[in-house]
Design a protein around this ligand. Structure first.
Ligand SMILES: NC(=O)c1ccc[n+]([C@@H]2O[C@H](COP(=O)([O-])OP(=O)(O)OC[C@H]3O[C@@H](n4cnc5c(N)ncnc54)[C@H](O)[C@@H]3O)[C@@H](O)[C@H]2O)c1
Length: 432
C-alpha cells in the first residue's frame, strides 16, 4: 500500500503502445506516479482523457481509467521533460527489421536521444524492448553518456528486462511471468529489481549481466521458431505418408522429454519471425535458426501447392482467406502469413478475397484484396477457403454458406473436418 506521507516516485514510460500502455497503467496503479511519453499525439491525448487506445486487452481500460481517476498517469509528447521529472525510465519503443531483415533502430535511437537530453544524475534507465545482444550497454548507454555528459554506473544506472507478455492477456502475464532482470552493475540490478518487485508484484529472475538478459529473450523466440519449423518439417513428411500429425504429436509428447510443437501455415507477428535476425545478422553462420526461418516462411507456398494438387490451376479462381491478422484474436498484420499468401496468389492470377472481423473493409482493401463479409452472398461463389487466423468468430462458422467451395485448407488445424466434409467440401490440413 502507498504511504500517503511520502511523495510517489516518478517513472517515465517511453513508448505508450500495445505493451507500453499496459506497463504504464500497471505502475500507476501500484504506487508510482507515471509520465507516459509518446511521439503520437492521438495516443497522448487519449491517455490524458483516461482512455486506452489499445483494444482487446482484458483489464487495460479499467487500469487506465483508474490511474486517471487517482491522477497517477499523464502523457506527453515531450520525452525529455518526462525523463527530467523521473528517477526511473522504462523504454519500450520498438526495434524492427527492414525488407532485407536488417535491424532498424530508427524509433528507439530517436527515443534514446530524447532520454539523453532529459536525464539527470541518479536516474535508472531500463530497456524492455527486444534488442540484439550488447545494445543496452554499447549502443544506448554509450549514446546517453555522449549526449548527457553523464557516466553510466557512476551518474546513472542501466538495466535490461525483456518484455515477454502475450497480446490479449498482457495484464495477466505481467503478474504471472517471472521478470528477468540484468544490470550494468550490482547497484543497477538492485534498483531495477526493487522497482519491478513493487511495480509489478511479480517473481524475479536476476541474471548476471545486461547481455544475459538481452539474449534470454532472443533465445526464447528462436527456440519457438526453430521448434515450429521442426513441426512443419515433420508435418510435410506425415502428409507424404498419409499419417495424421496431430495424432503423432499426442503420442510422441506422452514421453516427458518430447515437446513437439504444432505445424501451421506460417509464423507471423513482430516477435518470432523477426528476432532470429537479431542473431542471424550478428555473426551466426549457416545455423538451424536461418534454415527454420526459410521453412516457416515457405509454409504458405506449401499450403497453396496442396490446394493445387486437389483442384489444379488457381488462375481465375475465387479464393477467400479467413484472417488478415497474423494470429487469432489480434489486430496485427506484421509478417502475417496472409501477406505471403496474397503475394503468391496474385502471381497465380487468383481473385483474392479476405475476411477479418477485426478490420474494416477499407483496412483490408489497403492490402490490394477484396474485403468479404461472411454475410455477403458472394461467399457462395468461393472456390477455395483458406483459414489463416482462427479468430473466435470462426468457431461457429457455417460451412454451408460456401456453396461452390471445393477445397478448404485449414492452416491452423483448428476446424472440425467432419463438419466441412458434410458440407461437401474437401478438407485439407497441414500434416494430415
Ligand atoms: N506486442 C507484443 O505482443 C510484444 C510482446 C512482447 C514484447 N514486445 C516488445 O515491446 C516492444 C514494443 O511493442 P508494442 O507492441 O508496444 O509496439 P507499438 O508499435 O504498439 O508501440 C510503440 C509505441 O512507441 C511510440 N514511439 C515510436 N517512436 C517513439 C519515440 N521516439 N519516442 C516515444 N515513443 C515512440 C509509438 O508512437 C507507439 O505508440 C516491441 O518492439 C517488443 O520488443 C511486444
Amino acid at each position: 500500500m502507498t504511504n500517503m506521507n511520502q511523495p510517489l516516485e516518478n517513472v517515465a514510460v517511453v513508448g505508450l503502445g500495445k505493451i507500453g500502455l499496459p506497463l504504464a497503467a500497471t505502475f500507476a496503479n501500484n504506487g508510482y506516479n507515471v509520465f507516459g511519453a509518446d511521439v503520437n499525439e492521438k495516443v497522448v491525448s487519449s491517455v490524458n482523457q483516461g482512455k486506452s487506445h489499445v483494444k482487446n486487452e482484458p483489464g487495460l481500460e479499467e487500469l487506465v481509467e483508474s490511474a486517471y481517476r487517482i491522477r497517477t498517469l499523464t502523457a506527453t509528447q515531450n520525452t525529455a521533460e518526462a525523463v527530467r521529472k523521473s528517477n526511473i525510465v522504462i523504454v519500450i519503443v520498438p526495434v524492427l527489421v527492414d525488407d532485407q531483415n536488417h535491424v532498424d533502430y530508427t524509433y528507439i535511437d530517436s527515443a534514446v536521444e530524447s532520454i539523453a537530453k532529459g536525464i539527470t544524475k541518479g536516474t535508472l534507465v531500463v530497456f524492455e524492448t527486444t534488442i540484439p545482444t550488447g545494445d543496452t550497454r554499447n549502443r544506448f548507454g554509450k549514446r546517453i553518456e555522449e549526449v548527457s555528459g553523464l557516466s553510466m554506473g557512476e551518474d546513472f544506472y542501466l538495466a535490461y528486462s525483456p518484455e515477454r507478455v502475450y497480446s490479449n492477456r498482457i495484464i495477466e502475464d505481467l503478474k504471472k511471468y517471472p521478470k528477468v532482470v540484468g544490470g550494468l552493475d550490482k547497484k543497477s540490478l538492485e534498483l531495477a529489481s526493487s522497482f519491478y518487485r513493487k511495480a509489478l508484484k511479480c517473481e524475479l529472475i536476476e541474471v548476471s549481466s545486461l547481455e544475459t538478459a538481452e539474449f534470454s529473450k532472443v533465445a526464447e523466440c528462436v527456440y519457438r521458431d526453430v521448434n515450429i519449423a521442426l513441426a512443419n518439417e515433420l508435418a510435410k513428411f506425415a502428409d507424404q505418408k498419409g499419417v495424421k500429425m496431430s495424432e503423432v504429436i499426442q503420442a510422441s509428447n506422452s514421453q516427458p522429454y518430447s515437446n513437439i510443437h504444432y505445424p501451421g501455415i506460417g509464423v507471423g507477428g513482430h516477435c518470432i519471425p523477426i528476432y532470429p535476425y537479431f542473431f542471424i545478422n550478428r555473426g551466426l553462420t549457416n545455423g538451424v535458426t536461418e534454415l527454420s526461418r526459410t521453412i516457416n516462411d515457405t509454409m504458405s507456398d506449401y499450403a497453396i501447392a496442396k490446394i493445387e494438387k486437389e483442384m489444379g490451376s488457381l488462375q481465375g479462381k475465387n479464393v477467400l482467406i479467413l484472417g488478415l491478422a497474423f494470429r487469432e484474436n489480434v489486430k496485427e498484420t506484421t509478417k502475417s502469413s496472409t501477406l505471403l499468401l496474397i503475394k503468391q496468389l496474385k502471381e497465380k492470377q487468383t481473385k483474392i478475397y479476405v475476411n477479418d472481423p477485426l478490420y474494416t473493409d477499407s483496412e483490408i482493401a489497403g492490402f490490394g484484396v477484396t474485403p468479404l463479409s461472411l454475410e455477403d452472398e458472394t461467399a457462395a461463389e468461393m472456390d477455395v477457403v483458406i483459414l489463416q487466423a482462427f479468430h473466435k468468430q470462426y468457431e461457429t462458422l457455417a460451412f454451408s454458406k460456401f456453396a461452390s467451395c471445393k477445397v478448404l485448407l485449414d492452416g491452423r488445424n483448428a476446424l472440425n473436418s467432419a463438419d466441412i466434409s458434410q458440407a461437401g467440401i474437401k478438407y485439407i490440413g497441414i500434416g494430415n
